[in-house]
Design a protein around this ligand. Structure first.
Ligand SMILES: [Zn+2]
Length: 142
């Protein structure tokens, strides 16, 4: 199994700290918190590996947000029982519903890319295209 691909654990470990799951390049995909480069600037692998790729990170973001809000609500209800403070709890959940997806946004992309690379390994054509993109970019930059 010499695909040149790191182990699944390594890819997820890199994704959690916003590194490229494929090469481990630091912040190579992240242009701004809510924007990405099309390719990793270190290894050249594309984010958008197939049609509809964005659906995965979006679904992951929704699941992680609902999980975080659910755990937060349970903790808040248990901590304030039996005298529930409805307005502060509601404002906290609404604020969390806005902030949590924004905070998780870049992480869901790196995590989904790690999952996608682990389950749908890049073929020789994709790796060659990635390497070629680095060559053309360095020619333009240089
Ligand atoms: Zn990379």
């Amino acid at each position: 199994m010499s695909t040149g691909l790191p182990s699944t654990a390594t890819m997820f470990r890199r994704a959690v700290v916003l590194k490229c799951p494929h090469c481990g390049g630091r912040k190579t995909f992240i242009k701004h918190w809510l924007a990405r480069h099309d390719r990793c600037r270190t290894c050249g692998i594309r984010w958008h590996r197939e049609h509809g790729f964005e659906l995965g990170p979006t679904a992951l973001n929704v699941v992680m947000t609902f999980f975080t809000l659910g755990v937060g609500m349970v903790v808040a209800f248990v901590a304030t029982a039996p005298d529930f403070k409805v307005v502060p709890l509601t404002l906290g959940v609404v604020g969390g519903a806005v902030l949590v997806p924004l905070i998780l946004y870049p992480f869901t992309y790196t995590l989904w890319l790690a999952f996608d690379l682990a389950t749908h390994k890049p073929d020789a054509h994709e790796l060659a295209e990635a390497a070629a993109s680095l060559g053309s970019r360095s020619e333009v930059a240089g």
